[in-house]
Design a protein around this ligand. Structure first.
Ligand code: AMP
Length: 379
């Protein structure tokens, strides 16, 4: 399938078509508005978070060919806010509209096995892994990798969904639903000291820049806190950023990419996962940096020059899930310096990302304690 490779500069007034209308699309659309770009969202939910901030929304399923064709016809450049985009539908319009991220990036990142194989071939360290299609292959893979390990579905998993931690043979009973997908990966457990991520942006001219390293703390397998800069040595921060740049170049990235990593006590850094889009752990950049992850994504896909973002002040970002939403709204009156975000989702559910709060600070530890002292995020 021929793809456009004109690497066009998209000027102000141009239209960005975004597949997916959640909070990531919303923050892309808000940044685009500041910069004088137009946005059209494709999402099945009327008045979705991104649709509320965009110039227009096509209300249709993500894989609706006719709707994607309409989006391609009306936009100057096409992007997406999640990796589970219908590849065939994108390929079908790749010769009609600028698609700077291409389809290869998605092909690699939507499948954990392909992603880990790519990372290994690019010379980066990952957890040891084996492909697993059935119970017999799981037994064979466990003989090589051993316990503890984690069995994951290759496609479609998020926030801990679609994975089972295997500490001993007793845990094998819980693997049936994952094995039923017939496309799984067994990973050795990495005994890490902390988790971090680096957002990296690259444009068609090959300019590549990274954001400061974010230290990520999860609760119930969902991102809870991002602490920036990560509380690791500068040498480790530099190394993590260099790894992200290397991945961006190897992928011929055009746009933004989140690189999730494990840092071990001995200083080894393992890449866990790639997200070919803005990422929750990069939200701090809206207030804490001179350019946000959304600004650099939009610049990168429109082939504008890329500034190296600067951290203006250390920051802590805390996610607001459904169970925190009312409490966070009540904190507005008590915390005048906190930046409260709410994505405008119609339905609040437990563990659903409804908003986030970013706090700029000169004392990261004191701010983390201040967040804990509200007891809003105790569970
Ligand atoms: P993932 O969906 O791969 O991002 O995994 C969700 C979370 O599970 C990660 O953020 C880690 O905390 C943990 N995890 C996943 N894979 C591993 C692994 N191989 N070793 C240690 N922890 C892991």
């Amino acid at each position: 399938m021929p793809t456009l490779t004109r690497d066009h500069f998209i000027p102000q007034g141009g239209t960005i078509g975004i597949i997916g209308g959640g909070q990531l699309g919303q923050m892309m659309a808000l940044d685009a508005k500041y910069a004088g770009m137009k946005t059209i969202i494709l999402d099945p939910t009327p008045d979705c978070p991104a649709g509320q901030c965009a110039d227009d929304q096509l209300v249709a399923p993500y894989d609706d060919r006719r709707a994607i064709e309409e989006l391609a016809a009306r936009a100057d450049v096409l992007t997406y806010e999640f990796e589970n985009v219908d590849l065939a539908a994108l390929e079908a319009v790749a010769d009609q509209v600028e698609l700077p991220q291409g389809t290869e990036l998605l092909r690699i990142t939507k499948d954990r096995l392909r992603e880990k194989s790519f990372l290994r071939d690019a010379g980066l360290s990952t957890a040891p892994f084996r492909a697993v299609k059935n119970a017999a292959e799981l037994t064979a893979a466990l003989e090589e990798i051993g316990y503890p390990s984690v069995l994951k579905t290759c496609e479609g998993g998020y926030d801990g969904h679609g994975q089972v931690v295997l500490k001993s043979a007793a845990d094998l009973a819980g693997c049936d639903a994952i094995l039923a997908t017939k496309n799984c990966i067994l990973e050795g457990w990495v005994d890490f000291d902390l988790e971090c991520s680096v957002m990296v942006a690259r444009n068609a001219n090959g300019e590549v820049v990274t954001f400061p390293v974010s230290e990520n703390i999860h609760q119930n397998e969902i991102l809870h806190l991002s602490i920036v800069p990560a509380r690791i040595s500068e040498e480790l921060q530099d190394r993590a950023q260099e790894m992200a740049k290397r991945i961006a170049r190897k992928l011929d990235l055009k746009g933004i990419l989140g690189v999730e990593m494990f840092v071990k006590e001995d200083g080894a850094i393992y890449v866990n996962e790639l997200a070919p889009r803005p990422h929750n752990s990069g939200h701090f950049s809206i207030e804490a940096c001179d350019f946000s992850q959304f600004a650099l994504h939009n610049r990168a896909i429109c082939n504008w020059p890329l500034p190296a973002p600067t951290l203006l002040k250390p920051a802590v970002m805390v996610n607001v899930l459904g169970q925190h939403q009312k409490g966070a709204a009540a904190l507005i009156k008590q915390k005048p310096t906190w930046h409260f975000h709410d994505y405008g989702k119609a339905e609040s559910r437990i563990n659903r990302k409804m908003g986030h709060v970013t706090i700029l600070t000169d004392d990261l530890d004191a701010t983390i304690e201040e967040i804990a002292a509200t007891h809003l995020w105790d569970n």
